[in-house]
Ligand binder design. Structure first.
Ligand code: HEC
Length: 154
């Protein structure tokens, strides 16, 4: 009997414990979109290093990075941005509520990146000048969305 009581108490403790963990654990959609963003940054970083001359231009690597950016930005991102995952509602995100507000043009800003990344991918194998030219609109597309929709202190 005492054992049963203890087991029940332990379960209750576990239940409360996991509820508390559930609240503080990173939201999977937030984790996934931050992962996507970091993947963008990794690939753009390689191209940026070549554009600046910090890394020797290599057509194959440039093409891989640009193709990755194009493919990543072309994925449907609907599931990454569920309502209620803005930085006013939960911890651990820099996504501003404006993303979900009426009049939000976050979709258009996302499309602008998809277009710019496709154009970059089409020319990234053509030499360092081609990546310098193609990266401009890509960087602008990243920056324009961050300016409107990402909290600057993150
Ligand atoms: C359509 C809007 C949009 C575009 C386009 C966009 N971002 Fe973001 N980015 C965001 C938002 C919103 C966040 C905050 C996400 C969060 O914390 O939940 C973010 C966060 C990030 C982060 C921080 C991730 C982390 O670990 O917290 C990096 C790095 C980043 N973006 C890089 C990029 C790069 C590089 C590009 C362009 C190739 C880009 N982003 C394009 C909206 C965008």
């Amino acid at each position: 009997m005492r054992k049963l009581v203890l087991a029940t108490a332990a379960l209750a403790t576990l239940g409360i414990g996991s509820a508390a963990i559930g609240q503080s654990a990173p939201n999977p959609a937030v984790k996934a979109r931050q992962g996507l963003m970091n993947n963008y940054a990794l690939n753009l970083g390689v191209l940026g290093a070549m554009a600046k001359g910090d890394m020797e231009y290599n057509a194959e690597t440039a093409k891989i990075a640009a193709d990755n950016l194009a493919a990543l930005s072309a994925t449907n991102q609907m599931l990454l941005w569920p309502e209620g995952t803005d930085n006013a509602s939960i911890e651990g995100t820099a996504a501003l509520p404006a993303i979900w507000e009426a009049g939000s043009d976050v979709g258009a800003k996302s499309d602008a990146l998809t277009e710019a990344a496709a154009a970059l991918a089409a020319t990234a194998g053509d030499g360092v000048d081609a990546i310098r030219t193609g990266m401009g609109p890509v960087g602008q597309a990243c920056g324009a969305c961050h300016k409107s929709y990402r909290a600057s202190n993150n």
